[in-house]
Ligand binder design. Structure first.
Ligand code: S3P
Length: 204
């Protein structure tokens, strides 16, 4: 299950330098790990599931994984352990879930922005930033029924300001991803398929 950290995952042939003499070429690693990052409401779970279906890779949602392992919902973890406590659990579970091979992982919106998480993810996976404008994010978040502790109780106007402020802080972390896909409002199934195809073209 565990695999060594690879700079380039599932791409081409790797030369193994053996000092003097020719390099030994080893076949491409059969393993694929794709990690989707981006702000809350960017569509990481929706696109991640569709990407997994298309590629035959297994899908993991990091939030669900945390909830399953700790048998607590995310709002409950925030309430009992605070955001700092949640970030610790989130990092631990990121390390656990990235031990799996041939997977698509969708992270929480804050995952790449804490500790060395984004560098860690880049060291062993193809990272894809699902980049969306604040208005697109707000539209998705207003449509969503899920409870997100960081934005719970905010009016649509407060939500607009919150997204703008926090996206500006998070953007430098997101931009460290190896690939970026621009996302518009996910109102048609064809759009989801289009993004999935774009991601596949970027990676393979
Ligand atoms: C968070 C995003 C959430 C979840 C938690 C914190 C964030 O995940 O991890 O509520 O800090 O942006 P989604 O991006 O899947 O909503």
């Amino acid at each position: 299950m565990a695999s060594p950290p690879l700079g380039e995952v599932g791409r081409g042939w790797r030369g193994l330098g053996l000092g003097e003499g020719p390099s030994l070429l080893i076949p491409p690693f059969p393993l694929h790990r794709i990690i989707l990052i981006g702000y809350m409401g960017a569509g990481k779970t929706t696109i991640g599931k569709a990407l997994a279906r298309k590629t035959g890779l297994e899908f993991f949602d990091l939030d669900w994984y945390v909830e399953n392992r700790y048998r607590m919902k995310i709002p409950q973890i925030f309430a009992e352990k605070g955001e700092a406590g949640f970030r610790e659990l989130e990092r631990n579970m990121l390390h656990e879930v990235t031990e799996f091979e041939d997977v698509v992982i969708s992270c929480g919106g804050g995952t790449p922005c804490f500790f060395d998480n984004i560098d860690y993810m880049n060291s062993l996976a193809q990272t894809v930033y699902l980049k969306a404008d604040p208005e697109v994010l707000r539209t998705h978040l207003l449509m969503a029924k899920s409870q997100r502790p960081l934005i719970q109780g905010k009016t649509p106007d407060e939500l607009r300001d919150y997204i703008k402020e926090t996206l500006a802080i998070r953007e430098p972390f997101y931009q460290k991803a190896k690939h970026t896909i621009q996302i518009e409002v996910l109102e048609r199934k064809e759009l989801i398929n289009q993004y999935v195809n774009q991601i596949c073209q970027e990676i393979w």
